[in-house]
Design a protein around this ligand. Structure first.
Ligand code: F6R
Length: 613
């Protein structure tokens, strides 16, 4: 996600900001920029690519001033380009804004602002903030009011909606920097005659470890000699500064030991952010009208690895909710198999990175067969998004750990939203069922916040099983792909042998590998196939397996006594249960790998994005 750093102090802000941006590089970005107040005007320098490019450009422009802001951009609205990189300015060029998050109502706001004569220079949602502040400054009557910028910001916050954190400078008020936090991260660093605003502590940790963690709805007003925080109610809030004892590396991981663990914990927010777009955008994104959707006869899902497992879940969703036949292929197979050239086929390519060569190759094949293509992708501007006809953006933020976690749950959530949308549009779902399914979707992030609390239980469990050299994961129906994903995660980070099976299949062969003490992880929420999973539990137990049942409260009663250990997950809607169920499996992989001393974020032999065939 985008990174923000701001400085007010007695020194030249440029080196602080450039250095802060470098410290935020781990968040992922495609372009960067800075704005400095110099002699009553703003000097802005922006560059596509690395912060090193920006640094070179800044050396040439050579801006100087004690008040400045900087930004690393992870494209969400508009392609990665210099025009779309932050800071963004208003019509006068006197206001600059850097922003992290999404302004949901930006299209409406932009249309209104344009009708009032504002000229936009970028495709971003961010730019509306700068123009709104420009207008709102005019509404603060007393031109010498020291709180004029603050008041304009407060008024602006009432007009925008979504998740956002932003920083603002006004050329007329050097020595003043304002920061806003609403559902996206923003912290303040308290220094001596200098203060910092940032998305994350590492940006300024070198200069101060005294931090104010802002709450949603709060505004920080930074001057050289002090910081005031204004609460949601408009009154001064007095948050207590926290002394951070993290080193630089720990700070980048938000205090977690590994990115994988941080990203598991990022999931409630990632789901929330993904849903924000899913709620509004699917029809537009697909570029198909109701008639076009009714005509769809086939959906081909193509993906690799974890994304392929998300595709398998998607098949259950789309076939059941939209009644459209779905095939799911490993992209590397799709490319070389004979695919019937049927009309009215939509190919859906799922990829976190958007750079996976196999997936891109498969999409090209789908296009050569005349199929419409949709990317479900986490990196805007990536090759896949540029290749497909349209893109649904998963919005889970950059995933740094090689083992995919939050991208997976965001991908499944997107598949669910797609299925529900298609089902409603083609008449397969009644309005009542559609409303119920959608309501369930909106509670998903809350259930995710609950399920991450299971880390301690899972960690404790792994003490008993981490030395096993073979692990089996079993599930049925929509939880079968979750068993596959649980096994893949464990293999990737712990190098242990792990296999996932459809529970009904074990008697056809796999049961022969079960031995005394073999850990068998059964994903068995209390659903229509619960009794069958219980039977599979007994079959494994009879062969000496150590059975762990991942189940819901309703299933726990019956599973107790049959399984050796229960992991009780929150109950979500029938279709959403897999999103919840995978989280303890992610913790399981993490803790087994940790106990075995593996390199969790960079497992041997693996790359985050596989750009070769
Ligand atoms: C698993 C993992 C890989 C990727 C696969 C596809 O943890 O990270 O299996 O899922 O290489 O990558 P993307 O989604 O970038 O196409």
């Amino acid at each position: 996600m985008c990174g923000i750093i701001g400085y007010v102090g007695n020194n030249n802000s440029v080196p602080y900001i450039i250095d802060g941006l470098k410290k935020l590089e781990y968040r992922g970005y495609d372009s960067a920029g800075i704005s400095i107040i110099q002699d009553g005007s703003l000097v802005t320098v922006r560059a596509v690519g690395k912060v090193a490019e920006l640094e070179k450009a800044a050396l040439i422009a050579n801006p100087k001033g004690g008040t400045g802001i900087g930004h690393t951009r992870w494209a969400t609205h508009g392609k990665p380009s210099e025009e779309n990189s932050h800071p963004h300015t208003d019509c006068t060029g006197d206001i600059v804004v850097v922003h992290n998050g999404i302004i949901e109502n930006y299209l409406t706001l932009r249309a209104k602002l344009e009708s009032r004569g504002h000229r936009f220079k970028s495709e971003t949602d961010t730019e509306v903030i700068a123009h709104l502040i420009e207008e709102n400054l005019l509404h603060v009557r007393a031109s010498n009011d020291p709180d004029r910028l603050l008041k304009a910001v407060q008024k602006t916050n009432k007009e925008i909606s979504g998740a956002f954190a932003y920083g603002v400078l006004w050329a007329r008020t050097p020595g003043l920097l304002i920061g806003v936090k609403n559902q996206s991260p923003m912290v303040v660093g308290l220094g001596k005659n200098e203060n910092f605003l940032a998305s994350d502590v590492p940006a300024f940790l070198k200069h101060t470890n005294k931090v104010l963690f802002l709450e949603d709805g709060e505004i920080a007003v930074l001057h050289v000699d002090g910081v005031t925080v204004i609460g949601k109610d408009g009154k001064e809030a007095k948050p207590k500064p926290v002394k951070i004892s993290w080193d630089q590396q720990t700070a980048e991981k938000g205090g977690y030991e590994h990115f994988m663990l941080k990203e598991i914990y990022d999931q409630p927010q990632a789901i929330e952010d993904t849903l924000r777009t899913a709620r509004t955008d699917f029809g537009k994104i697909l570029g198909l009208d109701t008639e076009g959707i009714r005509k769809l006869r086939n959906i081909h899902i193509i993906a690799c690895g974890t994304a392929y497992h998300a595709g398998l879940v998607g098949k259950y969703y789309i076939e059941q909710l939209a009644g459209i036949p779905v095939s799911v292929d490993l992209a590397s197979e799709y490319k070389y198999r004979s695919v019937p050239q049927l009309p009215h086929t939509l190919a859906v390519a799922i990829s976190q990175s958007g750079e996976t060569a196999d997936t891109i190759g498969a999409v090209k094949k789908a296009q050569s067969l005349g199929f419409r293509t949709l990317a479900v992708c986490n990196v805007l501007g990536s090759t896949l998004t540029r290749t497909c006809d349209s893109t649904f953006f998963t919005h889970c933020g950059p995933e740094i750990s090689v083992a995919s976690t939050k991208a997976f749950t965001s991908q499944i959530t997107s598949m669910y939203a797609l299925a529900v949308f298609l089902g409603q549009a083609n008449g397969n779902l009644s309005k009542t069922v559609f409303d119920k399914l959608y309501k369930e979707l909106l509670t998903l992030s809350k259930s995710m916040s609950e399920v991450v609390k299971l880390e301690y239980d899972v960690r404790h469990l792994t003490r008993k099983i981490y030395k096993a050299d073979r692990f089996i994961f079993l599930g049925r129906n929509v939880n079968f792909p979750i068993a596959l994903e649980g096994a893949l995660k464990l293999k990737e980070v712990s190098y242990r042998s792990a296999e996932g099976f459809a529970a009904g299949e074990i008697k056809h062969g796999p049961i022969s590998v079960i031995d005394k003490g073999t850990p068998v992880i059964m994903i068995m929420p209390h659903d229509a196939l619960f009794e069958k999973m219980l039977s599979a539990c007994q079959e494994c137990r009879a062969r000496g397996a150590f059975v762990v049942a991942v189940t819901t409260k309703a299933g726990a009663k019956q599973a107790r006594g049959v399984a050796d250990k229960l992991i009780i997950v929150p109950q979500a809607g029938e279709f959403l249960q897999p999103v919840i169920n995978v989280v303890p499996l992610q913790f399981l992989a993490y803790w087994i790998a940790k106990r075995l001393g593996c390199d969790i974020d960079q497992p041997r032999n693996l790359a985050k994005s596989v750009t070769v065939e």
